[in-house]
Design a protein around this ligand. Structure first.
Ligand code: IMP
Length: 197
């Protein structure tokens, strides 16, 4: 198996853990950006890929090595697919963000939602920029349940299951999450270009 190293362009340790576990299986070593550098990239884009590109370019330039960024969020149908790219800015902490969604959905029968993740992988040496995307559909629970994961996981019930991601834990999330799907697409591209076997 070939091995190569990629900087994870983020300060979010949860995302890092999820993606590095997936990419490790194909010989890609993800280095946690926040452990090496202090960088805060303003997310001024109007889409997930735009924000992911901003982060990948900034971290790759700083580190002089390939950088992978994730921009992600939750979209709720009854809320016009909001909060989307503003998911982390909906309120000041995870419990308040979950509470805000539950409050807005009070009395709503339509609990349909989806997680979305956009990845940008930038190679500073030759300027190649690869983008992939992943979706995970589900329903918003009626109350937060479970201790695993992060963010909206206590209120996100993935399609085909009766429990939240925070109850189901890492093993299920690693198979079916938006980040898993975006990672599979990235692995396909890496294999296509013979960067992994
Ligand atoms: P950003 O990509 O840094 O803009 O932040 C994404 C935000 O979306 C996170 O802070 C979470 O609030 C939410 N989010 C994205 N992916 C997940 C996930 O897998 N579980 C729970 N919340 C998530």
């Amino acid at each position: 198996m070939k091995n190569f190293r990629v900087l994870f362009a983020s300060r979010n340790r949860h995302k890092f853990r999820e993606i590095s576990a997936l990419l490790k299986k194909v010989g890609v070593e993800l280095v946690f950006g926040a452990e090496r550098y202090s960088l805060d990239v303003e997310e001024t884009g109007t889409s997930y890929p735009q924000n992911a590109i901003l982060k990948a370019l900034a971290w790759a330039e700083l580190a002089g090595m390939p950088a992978l960024a994730d921009d992600s969020g939750i979209e709720v149908r009854a809320l016009g697919w909001e909060p989307g790219i503003y998911s982390s800015r909906l309120a000041s902490n995870d419990s308040l963000r979950n509470f805000t969604i539950l409050k807005k959905l009070e009395g709503s029968y339509d609990r349909c939602c989806r997680y979305v993740a956009a990845f940008a992988l930038f190679f500073p040496k030759d300027g190649r920029l690869w983008l992939t995307e992943g979706y995970c559909w589900g329903e918003i629970a009626t109350e937060p349940v479970g201790q695993c994961g992060f963010g909206y996981d206590p209120i996100f019930i993935p399609s085909g299951y009766k429990k939240t991601f925070a109850e189901l834990g890492d093993e299920v999330k690693a198979r079916i999450s938006h980040r898993a799907v975006a990672s599979y697409a990235l692995m396909d591209m890496l294999a296509e270009y013979s960067m992994i076997e």
